[in-house]
Design a protein around this ligand. Structure first.
Ligand SMILES: [Zn+2]
Length: 483
């Protein structure tokens, strides 16, 4: 992935792409026109439309910390980065495969994309199709979306695009059992085949289940291009040599299981060579929990199982991720992030751990309470609650210092209330600060444990304010706010 932080226009486009391809990109569409309508042809318009669509259609279980991300101030604009290609293991000369069963891209197609296999691939593919669904941006995101889009996915030919530099293959080991039909592979089988390769399997009903694994987005695209133009083998892993289809070699050792360190509360999975990052994250996570337990003594009990922290050696440090179902939170390794910007310091990670754990806590506590679910709350509350936990671990002074770029959101809410919220993280943080200041943390706790059927019924029950009155008092409070 290009380095978005070194060049501002790239950052903007990159963010839009990232949002389109991951946070929102999950929204499948019935027709190409829908996709264009959703994503637009201009990035900005596409972003806005896609964002709105994403809010309606995105699987709500998913969690992504879209940034607290201000362009870090310490990086100088430089030339737009050339998209560097990771070095791939050499492909040994193979033989051209001639097989009985072959296939070429045709029919309904559903793309399931890992991190690092995004819009660049998606756009040229949809150009050639009447129907293409797309779910992805990360494998976890696919897992969240499978139940929602299952009917369309299972009735399409499916193509899993996996960028091995952006995600660890082990994540595919958690493919949910009831959706195995589109992933008739094992991690062992795949890890035994040298990169890059494609493997197609045909189901009894004729549907193709395919996976492409490579070390770069452009290599994945090369495979797709071949599949658009040629018959490719089914049931035999194949690769490309000078544009020709060849049998893949096996027995390579490109894949490494993640290392693990653990204590009673956390288990940290990390790539080899990142021991220091792992032990830092373990220590920081425990600090976060100790601090949060002062306000929420039941914090770990509610979460209910050991929390998995996944550290990755690549990716955008501005994005963290909580997988509610697996009780796991994911981050780019702090040492990797720090090379990009000093913005991604210890506080950034401590705050982000609090934020991501917040989603899991809120989800669990709503399930335990009965009544409305976390998926029913406005996004500003979901993200705002997590930002509130970030504030609790930092204290107000440090929070305001580090997230000074949240300030302008205050005026937007003063001007337009909830509809003025342009960033659910910053806006949500302001609303939760209002709630804490005006009613106290116990009311916030009572709202998140209320048995009311809707979020607003719980707010009204606890504050005696209608939504409109709540909004008015919020505006008044924000007007009078001073650090
Ligand atoms: Zn979040």
């Amino acid at each position: 992935m290009m380095n978005k932080r070194k060049w501002y226009p790239i950052l903007v486009i990159g963010l839009a792409l990232l949002l389109v391809s991951s946070v929102i990109g999950c929204a499948p569409s019935d027709t190409k026109e829908d996709i264009y309508a959703a994503f637009g042809e201009g990035y900005t318009a596409g972003f806005e439309a896609g964002y709105e669509k994403g809010l309606r259609d995105a699987p709500r279980n998913e969690e992504r910390t879209q940034p607290p991300i201000e362009p870090p101030t310490d990086t100088q604009p430089t030339e737009p980065p050339t998209d560097t290609q990771p070095i791939e293991p050499p492909i040994l000369p193979g033989i051209t495969v001639i097989e009985n069963d072959t296939w070429t891209l045709s029919g309904k197609l559903y793309l399931l994309a890992s991190e690092g296999a995004g819009y660049k691939i998606y756009q040229p593919v949809i150009d050639a199709y009447d129907y293409v669904g797309y779910l992805g941006g990360s494998i976890d995101y696919i897992y969240q979306g499978l139940p929602i889009y299952w009917h369309e996915i299972r009735t399409s030919n499916t193509l899993i695009l996996f960028n091995a530099t952006s995600e660890n293959l082990s994540v595919l080991g958690s493919w949910p059992g009831q959706y195995k039909e589109v992933f008739p592979f094992t991690v062992n089988e795949l890890s035994n085949i040298n990169l890059p390769f494609a493997l197609l399997k045909r189901q009894d009903d004729g549907t193709i289940r395919a996976i492409i694994i490579a070390n770069s987005e452009s290599k994945i695209f090369e495979f797709i291009s071949i599949m658009k133009n040629k018959q490719v083998p089914v049931n035999i892993p194949w690769s490309l040599l000078n544009g020709e289809i060849v049998a893949s070699q096996t027995g390579g050792d490109w894949y490494k299981e993640p290392e693990v360190i653990a204590d009673a509360n956390f288990s940290v999975q990390y790539p080899e060579g990142y021991e220091t990052d792992a032990s830092n994250m373990l220590a920081w996570a425990n600090q976060v929990v100790s601090k949060l337990q002062k306000s929420f003594p039941d914090f770990l009990d509610v979460i209910g199982s050991r929390i998995i922290i996944v550290i990755k050696d690549t990716g955008d440090p501005a994005y963290a991720f909580a997988d509610i179902g697996r009780t796991s939170i994911q981050f780019v390794a702090p040492s990797v992030a720090l090379k990009e910007s000093s913005y991604f310091d210890t506080d950034w990670y401590i705050g982000n751990i609090a934020h991501e754990l917040g989603h899991i806590y809120l989800d669990r506590i709503r399930n335990l309470a009965g009544g409305y679910l976390r998926s029913d709350v406005p996004r500003w509350f979901d993200e705002g609650f997590c930002e509130y936990l970030r504030l609790l671990v930092h204290g107000e002074q440090r929070f305001d210092e580090k997230y000074s770029w949240y300030a302008p959101e205050r005026n937007k809410i003063i001007a337009n209330g909830f509809s003025g919220i342009s960033n659910v993280y910053a806006g949500g943080a302001w609303v939760l600060r209002f709630m804490d200041s005006k009613f106290g943390i116990n009311i916030i706790k009572a709202i998140i444990t209320s048995k009311q059927a809707t979020f607003w019924a719980a707010v009204t029950e606890q504050t005696n304010l209608t939504p409109a009155q709540f909004e008015e008092q919020l505006k008044e409070w924000l007007k009078g706010w001073a650090p």
